[in-house]
Structure formats: structure tokens, C-alpha cells
Design a protein around this ligand. Structure first.
Ligand code: IPE
Ligand code: IPE
Ligand code: MG
Length: 248
């Protein structure tokens, strides 16, 4: 009999996993460029990397995974790339949703749907409905999402309801109000910026930057991020001594 292998999943699971992980999946274009491939080939590989990452997060006990798939600003890319990304999203939905459903994953699409095609809007609604009863892990796919759009739409909704605008009412109207704020925000691809991702929700998230390009971000890279998170001291404005007293 072989010795039981101490997998990286097992060692990461020994530490408390973050409840909510958010990821800026960046670096697909550079991954393709390095291989003399068209950028869309990098995005296709990015879908593979996401599939692997979803499975790995679920195995490690992450309860909510939120990924940035297409930003409000990504419309400014060459038309060919934008249409390629829309097509890829359509295909990924058709191919991946049944498997995600079998894996017990509940899907939400987060972002401005109005400028998406009627067909795409319908696919998103269908995927959400098909997976609505699942409870193993929530997967939020931020698509045509921008942090500023989110805050502005929340403010508009609260104002229209006639409620006072405060942190509670605004927070409840933001697009990720169905989950707690991210504990860990990972950005791959080496850039140290937020790029209009979850501006409201990441107020107290731990930030982790990886130089790996998204298609190369594998289980070992995820485990490094989780291990880094596991030893962070989250103070939420308090002193270190107060935190030690509360947890000790
Ligand atoms: C991230 O990869 C995916 C999307 C923005 C859709 P990029 O396409 O930004 O890859 P780089 O940054 O050009 O390498
Ligand atoms: C952020 O990546 C958006 C997504 C990963 C979907 P970008 O590549 O668009 O960010 P910038 O333009 O480099 O800031
Ligand atoms: Mg990029």
C-alpha cells in the first residue's frame, strides 16, 4: 500500500480557510502572447484555470468564490476581443453549468446585465435558476461589473425606495449583498491595483498579489495564497493586543 500522500489540499485544510475568496483573474493576454497565440487562446485557457480553481476552492472549504470575468472597462478593448469574450462566456455557460450544478455550486452573475444580449441575459438567469438550490459553495461571476457602477446602482435603488442613505442601506443594495464581504482578494498577473473591482466590499479584505498569469495559477499557487492569508492578523481597526485577547 502506498503511503498516504500529504497533499497540498490537506495541508491547507489544516488552517482555517477564508470564507469568501475574490479573484481578479488577470494575465490571459500575456500568457497567450508568450506562446505567440492570439489573446483569445489565453482567455480559453483562463476558463480551464477557473474550472480548476473552483474545484480546488470547494475542496479547501471556501464557501464563496467571486471572480472578475469582464469589467465595465473591458468594453474598451478591440471589438474582436470583446466579441470573442462574449462568445467564450456563452460557450462556457453551456459547457460548465451542468458540471457545476452536479458539484453542488450555486451561481450568481453580478454586474450590469442591461447592455448584454437578450440571449446572454437569458443564459445567466437560467444558470442561476438551475443552481439555486445548491449549497456547497457560492460562485459569483462578475461580468460587466464595475465597483463604481455597483455603488452608484445601490445609491440609486436606496434613493428610489425613499430610505435614508447610510452604510447599512447602501450595503444591502450592493450587488453582492447575498454574501459576506471577501476575506481574501487575490490578483494574479503581477499588477498591484483593484481595477474597479469590489470597491465597497473590499474595505477590509486581505490583499494578495501573485505574479503568476491567470492560466498558470494552479492548486499550489492557490495554496500559497491561502497559507499567506492564514497567518495574517486581521485587526479591523483594533490593536494587536485586543485581537490577541479576543482570540486567545
Ligand atoms: C484578464 O486577462 C481577463 C480579462 C480582462 C477578460 P487580460 O486579458 O487582462 O490579460 P493581460 O493583462 O492582457 O495579460
Ligand atoms: C481586470 O483586469 C478585469 C478582469 C480581470 C476581468 P484588466 O486587465 O482589465 O485590468 P487593467 O486594465 O490592467 O487595470
Ligand atoms: Mg489584464
Amino acid at each position: 500500500m502506498a503511503f498516504p500522500r500529504l497533499s497540498s489540499a490537506a495541508s491547507a485544510a489544516a488552517r482555517p480557510a477564508p470564507h469568501h475568496v475574490a479573484i481578479v483573474m488577470d494575465g490571459n493576454g500575456r500568457w497567450a502572447h508568450k506562446r505567440l497565440l492570439p489573446r483569445i487562446a489565453g482567455h480559453r485557457q483562463g476558463v480551464e484555470s477557473l474550472r480548476r480553481c473552483i474545484r480546488a476552492c470547494a475542496e479547501r472549504g471556501v464557501k464563496v468564490l467571486t471572480v472578475f470575468a469582464f469589467s465595465s472597462e473591458n468594453w474598451n478593448r478591440p471589438e474582436e476581443e470583446v466579441s470573442g469574450l462574449m462568445e467564450l462566456m456563452g460557450k462556457a455557460l453551456a459547457n460548465e453549468v451542468p458540471e457545476l450544478h452536479r458539484a453542488g455550486i450555486r451561481m450568481y452573475f453580478v454586474g450590469d446585465r442591461d447592455s448584454l444580449s437578450a440571449r446572454m441575459q437569458q443564459s445567466l438567469t437560467q444558470a442561476e435558476a438551475a443552481t439555486a438550490a445548491n449549497s456547497r459553495m457560492v460562485l459569483n461571476v462578475c461580468f460587466n461589473y464595475g465597483g463604481r457602477w455597483d455603488i452608484a446602482q445601490a445609491a440609486a435603488r436606496v434613493a428610489a425606495s425613499g430610505q435614508p442613505i447610510n452604510e447599512e442601506s447602501l450595503g444591502r443594495a450592493t450587488a453582492l449583498a447575498h454574501v459576506p464581504d471577501p476575506d481574501l482578494l487575490i490578483r494574479t498577473g503581477g499588477e498591484h491595483r483593484i481595477s474597479n473591482f469590489l470597491l465597497w466590499q473590499c474595505a477590509y479584505s486581505e490583499l494578495y498579489f501573485s505574479d503568476k498569469l491567470w492560466p498558470d495559477f494552479d492548486e499550489a499557487a492557490l495554496d500559497e495564497a491561502l497559507a499567506d492569508y492564514a497567518v495574517r492578523e486581521r485587526r479591523f481597526g483594533k490593536t494587536s493586543a485586543q485581537v490577541a485577547q479576543a482570540t486567545g
